[in-house]
Design a protein around this ligand. Structure first.
Ligand SMILES: NC(=O)c1ccc[n+]([C@@H]2O[C@H](COP(=O)([O-])OP(=O)(O)OC[C@H]3O[C@@H](n4cnc5c(N)ncnc54)[C@H](O)[C@@H]3O)[C@@H](O)[C@H]2O)c1
Length: 452
């Protein structure tokens, strides 16, 4: 066993969001309990992507160490003997994956940016003595329902996202194949597939963000509420697993009916005592994406720059586009036609797919967009605003606890919920129509979650 003093670990105290950092040095083959007797050093460090969280000075070879970052990250560091290279300074960007037994995030390797080579464990082993800057890059994202129509393209888009370092794909079927396929894409994240209910806990342990497109989609003639009976139980069981295995994760719910599935997950987390309203989101981005496209279709604007705020919920009359706030002039006829198309745009896809499902590709893009916005906000970027269905004071006076408006996202999730702003008379009417439907949908979800 190698003396611990042969490795000197130093953290540079830095500014920003002050994660507490514990450093333990331990010898090869040391057990977790022997590590506990090591002398931890503490410091504060920023938790923003790409920032240094400190430096590791390796003075002697042949050392293993584990670095604990806050309560949720460990770097396994091995250093092999007989390295002749001259000491040099390199940046090591570390990647993380979950540790199923401890629910901690494990940093398993890194990227030596000095020569551009990927440095997973075996490469890290080769590092010569020197000074290494330790970076945390990206977040762990889990997709639940990853083998489905939405799940697969969503997972593809997340595999391409540099803000994701670890992608965990869970479904009841086919995830090993999806994960193996995606894992060949040469982006700097690790993909792992988990299949079957027994592996759900492991799949989500340590996740920063959990995106849920699990459940059945609509067939022609169905409303989203018709999916309630099947999807309510699915999301409830996922909510229980989150409460147990990833209570600090940000939970993004795509499964329909969103107006009810979000309160189901929230109530499930509440029952377990781990509900934080800043971390539960109904993904309504597709309504916003559609609204931008449909407005640009008739006005000839650049669809990618046309911003339409859509508030309320995610089904039929609960979808309220605020066209009066776009700065674009519409006739009343245009407003009514556009509003109807935005409210029932999903039906166009369900009908065209003729019984084979609902929106999957556009939903994957919308889901990836929202996930990326949240990841950027979690990593410290300011001023990120997305409409999303959250626990909100905006319609509380009308007995509606969950409501979508523009929400500023931050390092803790929901940072600031924007008010509705000024509504036209027509939009006030839409709001009044949405309220009773939302009340009903939310109550139905809460009652489902709370029945014995
Ligand atoms: N929020 C939105 O804007 C929006 C848009 C479109 C679709 N949706 C909804 O998203 C959901 C998924 O749609 P899809 O087209 O991908 O359906 P799909 O049937 O193609 O895929 C669903 C996947 O979920 C998996 N699944 C089922 N039960 C599961 C469980 N208990 N745990 C994990 N995975 C499970 C299935 O095996 C399947 O792979 C539907 O409820 C649909 O209505 C929401």
């Amino acid at each position: 066993m190698i003396a611990l003093s042969t490795l000197l670990l130093i953290l540079l105290p830095l500014t920003a969001c002050h994660v507490k950092v514990h450093l333990h040095a331990r010898a090869d083959n040391a057990t977790a309990s022997s590590a506990a007797s090591d002398q931890p050093k503490e410091s504060t460090a920023p938790c923003v992507r790409g920032n240094n969280i400190g430096s590791i000075y390796v003075t002697q070879p042949n050392i293993s160490s584990y670095v604990f970052v806050g309560n949720n990250a460990i770097v396994e560091w091995r250093y092999s003997p007989n390295v002749k290279n001259k000491p040099k300074t390199v940046d090591i960007i570390v990647y993380r994956e979950s540790n199923p037994t401890t629910s901690q995030t494990v940093i398993v390797g890194g990227l030596d940016v000095s020569n551009g080579a990927t440095a997973w464990r075996w490469h890290v082993n080769q590092l010569p003595a020197g000074v290494y800057k330790l970076h945390i890059l990206g977040k762990k994202v889990a997709v639940i329902g990853a083998a489905g129509g939405i799940g697969q393209p969503l997972s593809l888009l997340l595999k391409l996202n540099p803000n994701v370092s670890s992608l965990s794909l869970y479904d009841l079927v086919n995830t090993p194949g999806v994960a193996a396929d995606l894992s060949h894409i040469n982006t700097n994240s690790k993909v792992k597939g988990f299949k079957g209910a027994d592996s759900l806990g492991e799949a989500i342990a340590g996740a920063d963000v959990i995106v849920i497109p699990a459940g059945v989609p609509r067939k022609p003639g169905m409303t989203r509420d018709d999916l309630f009976n099947t999807n309510a139980n699915i999301v409830q069981s996922i909510g229980k697993a989150i409460a147990q295995n990833a209570p600090k994760a940000h939970v993004l719910i795509i499964s329909n009916p969103v107006n009810s599935t979000v309160p189901i997950i929230a109530e499930t987390l509440k029952k377990a005592g781990v509900f934080d309203p800043r971390r539960v989101f109904g993904v309504t981005t597709l309504d916003v994406v559609r609204a931008s496209t449909f407005v640009s279709d008739i006005k000839g604007t650049d669809a990618s720059k046309t911003k339409v705020t859509v508030v309320g919920g995610h089904s039929g009359v609960t979808i309220i586009p605020l066209l009066s706030q776009t700065g674009i002039n519409f006739t009343q006829e245009e407003i009514e036609k556009l509003t109807h198309r935005i409210q029932y745009g999903g039906d166009e896809v369900v009908k065209a797919k003729d019984g084979t499902g609902s929106a999957t590709l556009s939903m994957a893009q919308a889901g990836a967009r929202f996930t990326n916005s949240l990841l950027e906000a979690l990593e410290g970027k300011k001023g990120i605003v997305e409409p999303t269905y959250v626990y909100s004071p905006v319609a509380a006076k009308d007995g509606v606890a969950w409501f979508s408006t523009n929400v500023e996202l931050g390092v803790n999730g929901v940072e600031k919920i924007h008010p509705l702003g000024e509504l036209s008379e027509y939009e006030k009417k839409l709001y009044a129509e949405a309220v009773p439907e939302l009340q009903k949908n939310i109550k139905k979800g809460e009652e489902h979650a709370n029945k014995a």
